[in-house]
Design a protein around this ligand. Sequence first.
Ligand SMILES: CC(C)(COP(=O)(O)OP(=O)(O)OC[C@H]1O[C@@H](n2cnc3c(N)ncnc32)[C@H](O)[C@@H]1OP(=O)(O)O)[C@@H](O)C(=O)NCCC(=O)NCCS
Length: 181
Amino acid sequence: MEKIRIREISWMDWRKLAALFQGIFPELTTKEISHYIRHYEDTIAVAEASEGIVGFYQFTPRIGERTAWLNYLGVLPSHHHGGVGSQLLRDFEMRAAQMGFRQAEFDVLQQNQRAIRFYEKHGYARSHPVDNKFRYRKTLTVNVHAAGDPQPARTRPYLARVGRRVLYLMLVGLSLLFANH
Ligand SMILES: CC(C)(COP(=O)(O)OP(=O)(O)OC[C@H]1O[C@@H](n2cnc3c(N)ncnc32)[C@H](O)[C@@H]1OP(=O)(O)O)[C@@H](O)C(=O)NCCC(=O)NCCS
């Protein structure tokens, strides 16, 4: 099993991540890639090996359906069959379950046999075909020990975001206070 670290992205990863998106999913346009990176920053994670980022996943929360929709999960071809995809998938499932999502769902192109084998091996069940794709889903359960503990890597960015928001609210409050005097 290849030794990697799975972590959230930071602004410094954006260029490398865009290149990775393009390398693994060449059908995506630059505009689509930049849309995903900008709007789903919180639901992207990357797999970092000693030589840099070698894989990633991105999912979209479907709050009403309590479903985590996995849009992309990919590993650089040079790192296939090293267990990176499995580690990313387990991290996605654990993170989505911890966020309160009950199931994971996605579509896979019918000709993508490698991915189909991969997901079925990880317990995903095929439900119905959609155009030239198959829909897959799996019920999620919280198992904090399944893929190590990803929390420490996530605590800092989360706290930084909360901190920024608190600071912003304090500044707004102060400026309103001074405006009234
Ligand atoms: C599908 C994909 C993510 C799998 O990634 P991966 O890193 O190769 O996945 P893993 O190594 O965890 O598992 C893949 C295979 O390697 C095997 N494997 C896992 N660890 C292994 C190891 N240490 N040694 C040898 N084989 C291993 C697995 O049993 C599995 O075998 P299988 O193909 O017969 O099912 C990858 O092929 C990919 O990025 N494809 C292109 C993008 C894509 O199609 N994504 C899915 C749609 S969004």
